[in-house]
Design a protein around this ligand. Sequence first.
Ligand code: EUG
Length: 533
Amino acid sequence: MTSMLTPQVSEEALATALDAFRSALGPNAVLAGEDELREFRDPFAHPTWDDYTASAVLMPQTVEEIQQIVRIANERKVPLWTHATGMNNGYGGPAPRVKGSVIVSLRRMNRVLEINEDSAYAVVEPGVRWFDLYDALQAGGHHLMVSIPDLGWGSVVGNALDHGVGYTMNPYRDHWGAQCGLEVVTGDGELVRTGMGALPGSRTWQQFKYGFGPHLDGIFSQSNFGVVTKMGVWLMPQPEAYVDCTVEVFGHDDIIPLVDHMSYIMNTGLQNAGTNLQSPIRFAAAANPELRAALASDDAADIAKLNAFARERNVPFYSNIFKFYGPEEVVRAQLEYTRRRLSSIPNARVRDGAFYRFPITAEQKAMVRDPQDLGIPTLETFSIGARSNFGPATRGHLGFSPVIPMRGEAVIESQRVFQRVLQEFGTDVALLVFPQSYHPRTFVILCMFYVMPEVQSNQAVRRTFSKLVEVAAEHGWGEYRTHTAFMDECAAAYSFNDHALRKLHEKIKDAVDPNGVLSAGRYGIWPKHLRNG
Ligand code: EUG
């Protein structure tokens, strides 16, 4: 059997470290059997690949146990890789960047420590899933709503730290934006509280983000400087009502005024206007070889072809759902205003959508079309592949997610540019493309690649992915997060002034984790002993 270990650690050193971990945590908290390790692989990587495999998994339950793990790792120079629930499959799941790392799985640190109804926040440990926080809010009879992402089995803390996103109105749906106050064990084993949490007996740890002095919370997101053990999360007070409508436009260029209106409605605080933008015509056109080529073209005749296709089939070129949360008379007025505003786009169609009064009934809950809009966690995203018309049954998906300006022109340009790459690399790569405004002023273009079980197509997807990263950077677009296997390439694009930002990350890394034991390579940040050059 080939060794699973990184070159830095011998089998012997690992064995003695595991003994130390066993005596610190108890034998049930240390998994090292082949069967036990299988579920900690990247679920969509090919099963014959042994990159990104761990040599053991630790399952601590307390902050003190995490401090002991970090102390032992420092003494014995064992590489750790931390995950919260490790269930974000399209971005690599629980698997470590460095082969042979010991995973610190925080799944058993799953307590909801506080729910504060009056100030509308919760304090959670990193193993708390949306399912758990939702259940805790229901069980306590709280009138608070949590912003959930697509995968309800994910971690509230892990997702925020990865800059993950949800679907209700902002500030809540930008999950890092809704974070307030951290407790962290840094790489040198120190226990730190950020913001107001540094003030003993603080009354505003989860209410005031900035504390006093430099605002450091951000350095613990998308990084490897510490293990976050507690986080405050702002929750939306349950609104009286929810209403939405779908706006459909039929011309190729109608995305320009549509996005103008979306921006205005969002940035004036009128409401959430941005997380359901789709191009239904692209689904239809992508299935048709001739029109597929037109999607990559800026030729007027090709655009006219697409416009004719959209008109003939009565399929919208773009559609967006506008969602409103608040008192019934207010959301109805917002809806009416939106309808009037959108009527300036010729032939725009506005369809009435859902209406709910909170709390919703069990019967409504069972029937709801888009549970994420109401803060109900599910795993329904996994059925997108099954529902789509993109060919063969698929095994997994891989997320490519560049950030572009929130402008219709930018949507048109980016879709063309990415479509050209896809065409160049062959058509066995199916792709879903959604420009989503989880954040004000930008879209994240969510591209979900289907990853097939065959090695060849699996590798083809990965090659296409690398090319997309490169082409995106040439156009001034960078990724907002990425799969573990692509962190180096995505980070390398952020290269201003000879990679000055990466060098700053490295200076911080060396200061707070001098032995480089925590999550080497996460988001392209490497400890000194593993850096090239
Ligand atoms: C989704 C997918 C992502 C992401 C955020 C949300 C949801 C898809 C591909 O990555 O970053 C339905």
